[in-house]
Design a protein around this ligand. Structure first.
Ligand SMILES: [Zn+2]
Length: 295
């Protein structure tokens, strides 16, 4: 399913062309990696293919390339919301991504996924599903190996750009939303020879926006919290006012995080919070700001 940008419009096509679709998907699945690179330039061809169903073609063309896919609706929701809360999932896709998406779907809310590079086809399909279901796709890192990522500024740039490319290949969308491995306030980078301030300058110069968080559910601390405790790690640190960006993880080991979501969502909805996703209009949740580092 590497040619996801190609498959998406087809899935919505009329039943009459189902047989043809199956053949096409089979063929695309057998094609070599170099075809994936071509895929970025085949938008016109894709749109031609989907013209068999006029109604869906219009929707797809309107939203082509936007991140999130439902950009306008996401921005509207964000604009109207009085108290905003952003669920952000780091380190996916994973074997739990589908379960996360199922919960989000049940409550009809959107989130933001800061992903890493995965070669597993099922996980890649889950990543594509994130985009298709209207969530925001964002860059985290290719390897998440601090020694590698922060070995030098050049290494770090290659990591950001490489992950941007990977996400585009899988989801069909180019994203400029970024989260530092360890957050922008990390001391890991400096210890390995990379000045985080240089990274921030590079991000600003190249059109990227980075996001940290102001609430952490502590699912990466190594402590074995129950789902209810994980929810409390979030809820106990929030007041009834203000805007919050919550750090959560989407990894194979974080089934309890998935189970904690209903309590978090229901409690915050009852308090009048609106669940938003990152858009170009989102406020910055940044531990270390550009204006603190000069130019
Ligand atoms: Zn991470």
């Amino acid at each position: 399913m590497k040619k996801n940008g190609f498959v998406a419009p087809i899935i919505t096509a009329a039943a009459a062309v189902t047989a043809l679709i199956i053949i096409m998907i089979t063929v695309s699945g057998n094609e070599s990696g170099e075809k994936v690179a071509d895929n970025n330039q085949t938008t016109t061809a894709e749109q031609t293919q989907s013209q068999e169903t006029e109604s869906t073609t219009t929707t797809i063309e309107e939203e082509a390339g936007s991140n999130p896919k439902n950009k306008k609706a996401a921005e509207e929701l964000e604009k109207k919301a009085e108290k905003k809360v952003y669920l952000t999932f780091d380190d996916g896709p994973s074997a739990n991504t589908d379960a996360v998406l199922d919960v989000l779907k049940k409550y009809d809310i959107k989130a933001t996924f800061f992903d890493i590079e995965k070669e597993d086809e099922a996980e890649k399909a889950a990543l594509k599903r994130c985009y298709d279901e209207g969530h925001t796709i964002a860059i985290h890192t290719m390897s998440h190996d601090y020694d590698e990522v922060y070995a030098s500024l050049d290494n770090w740039i290659a990591d950001v750009e490489g992950q941007q490319k990977y996400l585009e290949e899988v989801t069909g969308v180019k994203t400029f939303y970024y989260r530092f491995p360890g957050g922008s306030s990390n001391t890991i980078a400096a210890k390995r020879g990379t000045n985080i301030e240089d990274c921030i300058k590079w991000l600003n110069k190249n059109g990227f926006t980075y996001y940290d968080w102001n609430i952490d559910n502590e699912d990466s601390t190594g402590v074995k919290f129950t789902p209810s405790q994980l929810a409390d790690n979030v809820l106990d640190y929030m007041s009834d006012e203000g805007d919050y960006m919550i750090l959560l993880h989407d990894t194979n080991a974080k089934g309890t995080t998935v189970e904690s979501l209903p309590k978090i969502i229901e409690t915050l909805q009852n308090k009048g919070f609106t669940f938003c996703q990152i858009t170009d209009n989102s406020e910055y949740f940044q531990h270390k700001k550009y204006d603190q580092v000069g130019d």
